[in-house]
Design a protein around this ligand. Structure first.
Ligand SMILES: Cc1ncc(COP(=O)(O)O)c(C=O)c1O
Length: 418
C-alpha cells in the first residue's frame, strides 16, 4: 500500500490533503498513515504465518502513543530498550507480558521496574547484566526471565552505526562464549532461561544475513533446548528493510519466508520478531515549508523550516530521503535542502534534483516514520514538531507542537545567581 499519493495534483495521506493538514497544524509536521502501519503488519505476519511469530514492535522506531496503540490493536507486543519505552508501551495499551526488554546498559531501577511489571523476558547482553538481573529477581522474589542476545558475527551490509551483529559491536555475547553465559545464568538464583535472541542490524536488504545467522545459532539452540525445559523462544530481532528511493526493491517477504521459515520450524521454538522500521518507515512523512530560496555562486539552497533536530538521519547515517512537492510541480532545481540550525551538517538532502518550490511552498520528506521524531531534539531551542495520524478521511493531532514554555519546563535559576 502506498499511503501517500497525489490526488488532483496535491499530495494526500490516505484520504486527507497534506496541504490542508499543513495549513491547519503548521509545519514542520509529521504525518502518519494508520492504513500503511496495518498493511505492513499484515504483510509480515502473513508471510511468516507458518511459524505464527510473536511480533514485538520495536518502539524505538516510533514511540508515538497513537502509533503504539495501532500496533497493540493488531496484536503486537513491544520490544523496548529503556524504562521510558516500557512505560510508553504499557501506557499505550500493550500488556507487560508481551514486552521484551533489550539494551546493553539496563539499570537496576529499570530491571526492578520491568520485573515488577511482569515483562515476557529481558534480552540480556552480557554476563554482568545476568548477575544484576539475578540480584534484582532474587530480591523481589519474582522470576527474571532472560533470552541471551547472541552476537553471531554476521555482516548485515548496512551502515556501520546500525550494524549490531558483528564481533566488534557492543551488542550481545559472541557465539563461542554464549553457552558459558547460559551456564552462569543457570547457576544464579532468580533466573529463568527463556530463550535466545539476536538482532543483526538495520535496515537489511534481504534474507541473507538472517539465514547465515540462523545457521550459526541453530546447533546452540538445539543443545540449550535439550538442557533447559524453560528454553522455548527464538527471537530473531528486527531490521527488515524498506524502500527509501523510487524504484528500490522492497524487502522480498516471500524469499525471506521461504529461506527462514523451514529453519525456524526445525528449531521447534516459539518465534519472535522485532520489526520497527518495516512498519513505520514508509507510514510517515515530514512536511516542511520553504522559507527562502538562496543562491550563491556554487550552490542553490531550499531553506526549509524542518531541520536536523527534526530528522537527523541524513547527516547521521548519510541516509537518503526522497523529497517531493506537496503541490505537484514539473519544474526542478538542483541543490540542497537545508534547515535553520547553525551547523553545516544541517541538511535533509544534498546535491539533488529537487522540485522547484518557491518560498512559502510545501515539501514532504518521505520515509520519515522510523527513527524520525524519536530522534528529534531541541537543539537551537527549537520546539519539536507536531504529529498527526491519518485514518482514511479522518485525522487527529497525536502530539502537539512544543511551545517555548515546553522548552524551559523543569529549568530553574538558583536564587543565589541574583
Ligand atoms: C534489539 C533490536 N530489535 C529491533 C530493532 C528494530 O530494528 P528495525 O527498526 O530496523 O526493524 C532494533 C533496532 O535498533 C534493535 O536494536
Amino acid at each position: 500500500m502506498n499511503a501517500f499519493e497525489y490526488r488532483n495534483g496535491v499530495l494526500h495521506a490516505e484520504g486527507v490533503s497534506v496541504e490542508d493538514l499543513a495549513l491547519r497544524h503548521g509545519t514542520p509536521l509529521y504525518v502518519y498513515s494508520r492504513g500503511h502501519l496495518e498493511a505492513q503488519f499484515r504483510a509480515l505476519s502473513g508471510a511468516l504465518a507458518d511459524v505464527a511469530p510473536q511480533v514485538f514492535f520495536a518502539v524505538k522506531a516510533n514511540s508515538s502513543a497513537a502509533v503504539i496503540r495501532v500496533m497493540a490493536r493488531l496484536g503486537a507486543g513491544a520490544d523496548v530498550v529503556s524504562g521510558g519505552e516500557l512505560f510508553r508501551a504499557v501506557r499505550a495499551g500493550i500488556e507487560p507480558g508481551r514486552v521484551v526488554f533489550a539494551g546493553v546498559g539496563k539499570t537496576a531501577a529499570e530491571i526492578d521496574h520491568a520485573i515488577g511489571q511482569g515483562i515476557q523476558y529481558f534480552t540480556v547482553e552480557s554476563e554482568p547484566e545476568i548477575e544484576r538481573i539475578s540480584a534484582c529477581a532474587a530480591r523481589l522474589g519474582r522470576p527474571g526471565r532472560i533470552a541471551l542476545r547472541v552476537n553471531p558475527d554476521v555482516d548485515p551490509k548496512t551502515h556501520k552505526y546500525t550494524s549490531t551483529g558483528k564481533k566488534e559491536n557492543k551488542f550481545g555475547v559472541d557465539l563461542e562464549r554464549a553457552e558459558k553465559a547460559y551456564d552462569l545464568a543457570a547457576s544464579l538464583p532468580g533466573i529463568e532461561i527463556a530463550g535466545l535472541h539476536m538482532h543483526l542490524g538495520s535496515p537489511l536488504a534481504d534474507e541473507t544475513p538472517y539465514v547465515e545467522a540462523l545457521d550459526k545459532v541453530a546447533p546452540l539452540c538445539a543443545r540449550l533446548r535439550g538442557r533447559f525445559a524453560s528454553f522455548r523462544h527464538l527471537d530473531i530481532g528486527g531490521g527488515y528493510g524498506i524502500p527509501y528511493r523510487p524504484g528500490q526493491k522492497p524487502f522480498d517477504l516471500s524469499a525471506f519466508a521461504a529461506a527462514v521459515v523451514p529453519r525456524l520450524k526445525a528449531t521447534g521454538l516459539r518465534v519472535g520478531i522485532e520489526p520497527g522500521r518495516f512498519f513505520t518507515g514508509n507510514a510517515g512523512i515530514l512536511v516542511t515549508t520553504v522559507q527562502y530560496v538562496k543562491e550563491n555562486p556554487f550552490r542553490k539552497f531550499l531553506i526549509v523550516d524542518a531541520a536536523m533536530n527534526d530528522l537527523i538521519r541524513p547527516p547521521l547515517y548519510q541516509a537518503h530521503h526522497e523529497i517531493v512537492a506537496v503541490r505537484a510541480t514539473e519544474g526542478t532545481v538542483f541543490g540542497d535542502v537545508v534547515g535553520p540550525v547553525c551547523e553545516s551538517g544541517d541538511f535533509l538532502a544534498q546535491e539533488r534534483t529537487l522540485p522547484a518550490v518557491p518560498a512559502g511552498g510545501l515539501l514532504a520528506v518521505l520515509s520519515a516514520g522510523a527513527y524520525g521524531m524519536v530522534m528529534a531534539s531541541n537543539y537551537n531551542s527549537r520546539g519539536r514538531a507536531a504529529e498527526v495520524l491519518v485514518d482514511g478521511a479522518r485525522s487527529a493531532v497525536v502530539r502537539e507542537r512544543e511551545t517555548w514554555d515546553d522548552l524551559v519546563r523543569g529549568e530553574s535559576i538558583p536564587e543565589w545567581l541574583g
